[in-house]
Design a protein around this ligand. Structure first.
Ligand SMILES: Cc1cc2nc3c(=O)[nH]c(=O)nc-3n(C[C@H](O)[C@H](O)[C@H](O)COP(=O)(O)O)c2cc1C
Length: 160
């Protein structure tokens, strides 16, 4: 059976919910594990066909634990592994700040840099990086985001 790993970080549980929804949607076709980034061991990467990595956006970037884990992966460790990246983020429409949109435009979110990091280690990106929205810093997720995550995962499944 094909082996899939969904790696996530989460402070308030929102990214975890998205990761679990993605894992559920991928489950029927592959052997899926959904693990918090701190729990991933080298053996989890052995024989992997698909790796999905997600993080809450923290200061326009992935969480420190996610960045540290990605950085520690050997240069060619994802050679031949299909890959996808996602994040959770606050919708700009919910933020009452004039400067934040400028910073977001300049610095972005977590998913893109995660995707770049996966590709740098040999991962083959099968879908554009995706962001899922929370209503406020600690959540909850915006309505429909779990369903959107499942649909995103179905697209991965179709391409992987
Ligand atoms: C210190 C801190 C920095 C954050 N920075 C950003 C940011 O740059 N952009 C953004 O969209 N959301 C930002 N957020 C909101 C997080 O993305 C939000 O808390 C996260 O999606 C919740 O996911 P979690 O429940 O899995 O931790 C920040 C939150 C905190 C607490």
């Amino acid at each position: 059976m094909r082996k899939t790993l969904v790696v996530y970080d989460s402070y308030f549980g929102n990214t975890e919910k998205i990761a679990l929804a993605i894992g559920d949607a991928l489950k029927s076709q592959t052997d899926v594990q959904v693990l918090r980034v701190g729990d991933v061991k080298p053996e989890h990467l052995a024989g992997l066909e698909l790796l999905v990595v997600g993080s809450p956006t923290r200061a326009f970037s992935a969480s420190p634990a996610t960045k540290g884990w990605l950085k520690a992966l050997a240069p060619d460790s994802l050679r031949g592994v299909k890959a996808a990246a996602f994040d959770t983020r606050v919708a700009l429409s919910e933020v009452k700040s004039r400067v934040l949109p400028v910073f977001v435009k300049l610095f972005g979110y977590a998913a893109e840099p995660i995707a770049k990091s996966l590709a740098k280690r040999g991962g083959m990106l099968v879908i554009p990086a995706e962001g899922f929205f929370v209503k406020d810093t600690e959540g909850p997720l915006k309505d429909g985001e779990l369903e959107r995550a499942a649909a995103w995962a179905q697209q991965i499944r179709a391409r992987a």
